[in-house]
Design a protein around this ligand. Structure first.
Ligand SMILES: Cc1cc2nc3c(=O)[nH]c(=O)nc-3n(C[C@H](O)[C@H](O)[C@H](O)COP(=O)(O)OP(=O)(O)OC[C@H]3O[C@@H](n4cnc5c(N)ncnc54)[C@H](O)[C@@H]3O)c2cc1C
Length: 510
């Protein structure tokens, strides 16, 4: 049973009806990595007692969508919720279309043709946009049906201290978790920090595990994002451009606008819009120009009413003449808007050597990975950590004490994997000064392509431009051909699934 306990009912050493030495694990953060880990461990082979502590309210907005890679999908199978995958994903949404700012002609289409699905099923497996709120809900539903997990909302973790051997349950030592007031949240054999990047300015639990001399800091790029609830009704011209594409984007000098479907299922027409701009002065500068006070929480950061009007007006002015009317319609159609900077941990972040506190950091908590893949990496971490914790030697049978060396080895691999994402993906694509100067120089032309040229730099620019133009034209013609024959994206049952996912599903059936 899943319990949402109030502060008053949460007691030290809360006992489940499991064996005395059943390992007790605290998971701090009910975000992507925390709930995925809870889902897998609660459904796994090892008898465990799990307690999840989440700072926010149960009904807090979860953001938009994620396209789950093989690791994310494997995690759903292991958590026992894969049967609901397509209920929370938008069919055919693993396709994209790119436009110029002006003019109605698409630049290119991105999709897996059916031929590729047949020839290379592994690389063209279904990967639709999955709704984050739906992901949270199916994991919570699964946890509610199991007897080994408690989830506490509005109960933040703030500190953690080591209990030496001889103390703690059965004298195994372990860790005591504390809230912000210094009150105990319980004693555990293992504490997992899954508190993401969006923990307080400095996350004291994270500080126990990593050394980061810079800490969470703004990287010069702003995301202004919002939602249109039913794009077909509110913005028919935009809906026509999006068609059933999962992602629709425009390219240009220093600007980048992306729209993405994130509905849970075919009938859910929610679409989000991201307006990316580079601003050295961050949220403060943009909000001042909008005439809006800095929000104090995630919920007050979701603008509606007068603030929404002010934000939309600002974006429309900022777009000036560069964008054609369809993109301006999308802005007018927004039903809520959030203004946020992009933040990252310090580049020199390192795992602390020789830590004996049974604390492990996963997901964005040790080192964040940006908006383009951090969710999948967080789920991959959850998968790998669960595998380590399900090994025979993961805990001492008599006392429940955790075996730290395999955990530390696994954690180091997870940490290293994020290096590439952290450094390459989160840095603004150009230096901020160049971006700011480039903005306002007018609509996209193929000269801009120098900035996003996917070909090696030794290819002369005119050759690269020609090749990409031809390739883009081919993608459009091929997509049109596919659509006529029922292709162009995946829906339930019409596309390959990852071999590893299939293998896990087959194992579960046995
Ligand atoms: C706008 C946006 C779009 C993105 N798009 C994508 C995408 O398309 N694909 C992708 O793979 N990734 C994407 N990401 C990145 C992805 O969201 C993160 O990498 C992922 O959520 C990290 O998972 P996590 O579990 O580490 O942290 P989170 O999912 O952030 O979860 C952390 C949880 O910990 C809680 N918490 C914080 N402090 C405390 C505390 N003191 N005590 C208890 N709980 C606490 C938080 O409230 C939160 O619920 C996007 C990110 C953003 C901001």
């Amino acid at each position: 049973m899943l319990r949402h306990l109030s502060r008053a009912t949460l007691t030290r050493g809360h006992a489940f009806a499991t064996g005395a030495a059943t390992p007790r694990i605290a998971i701090c953060g009910a975000g992507v990595s925390g709930l995925t880990l809870a889902g897998i461990l609660s459904n796994g082979t090892r008898d465990v007692q799990l307690t999840v502590f989440e700072r926010a309210r149960r009904d807090r907005d979860q953001g938009y969508g994620l396209d789950l890679d093989e690791h994310g999908q494997e995690a759903l199978v292991r958590a026992g919720v894969y049967d609901r995958y397509w209920d929370i994903s938008y069919p055919y949404s693993d396709t994209a279309v790119g436009y110029q700012f002006s003019g109605g002609e698409p630049l290119l289409n991105i999709f897996w043709p059916r031929l590729t699905m047949r020839l290379f099923p592994e690389s063209s497996a279904a990967r639709p946009e999955t709704n984050r709120g739906g992901l949270r809900d199916i994991l919570l539903d699964a946890l509610a049906a199991r007897g080994n997990t408690e989830v506490h909302y509005e109960r933040g973790a703030w500190d953690c201290r080591r209990l030496p051997r001889g103390l703690g349950r059965l004298g195994a030592g372990g860790a005591e978790l504390l809230d912000r007031e210094g009150k105990t949240l319980g004693e555990f054999d293992l504490v997992i920090d899954a508190m993401g990047l969006h923990s307080p300015l400095r996350d004291p639990v994270r500080d126990l595990r990593v050394v980061d001399s810079v800490g969470k800091h703004y990287v010069g790029e702003m995301l202004i994002h919002g939602v249109i609830n039913d794009i077909g009704k509110t913005c028919p011209s935009v809906a026509q451009r999006m068609d059933r594409f999962g992602t629709c984007f425009t390219l240009g000098r220093g600007y980048h606008v992306t729209m993405q479907r994130f509905g849970a299922g075919a009938d859910d027409k929610r679409t989000c819009l991201f307006y990316h701009i580079n601003r050295p002065d961050g949220e403060g500068g943009v909000l001042r120009e909008m005439g809006i006070d800095k929000p104090t929480s995630r919920s007050t950061g979701i603008f509606t009413g007068d603030k929404l009007r002010a934000a939309k007006e600002w974006i429309l002015q900022d777009m000036h003449e560069s964008f054609d009317e369809v993109w301006r319609d999308a802005i007018r159609g927004l039903e809520r808007v959030t203004v946020r900077g992009k933040y990252m941990h310090g580049d020199d972040t390192k795992l602390r050597e020789g830590l004996t506190l049974p604390l492990v950091c996963i997901g964005d908590a040790p080192r964040n990975c940006g908006v383009g893949g951090g969710g999948n990496l967080a789920m991959q971490d959850a998968n790998e950590l669960a595998t380590i914790l399900e090994a025979d030697d993961a805990f001492d049978e008599a006392t429940g004490a955790v075996n730290l060396p395999p955990l530390r080895a696994g954690e180091a691999i997870m940490f290293e994997r994020k290096e590439e994402f952290h450094v390459e993906r989160l840095k603004p694509p150009m230096n901020t000064r160049e971006m700011v100067e480039a903005r306002g120089r007018g609509p996209f032309d193929w000269e801009d392509f120098r900035e996003f040229n996917p070909l090696p730099s030794w290819v002369p620019f005119p050759v690269a431009r020609f090749a990409v133009k031809r390739f883009a034209a081919l993608t459009k013609a091929w997509y049109a051909w596919e659509r006529k024959r029922g292709g162009g994206g995946t829906c339930k049952g019409n596309a390959p699934i990852y071999a590893s996912v299939e293998r896990l599903l087959a194992e579960q059936k046995k």
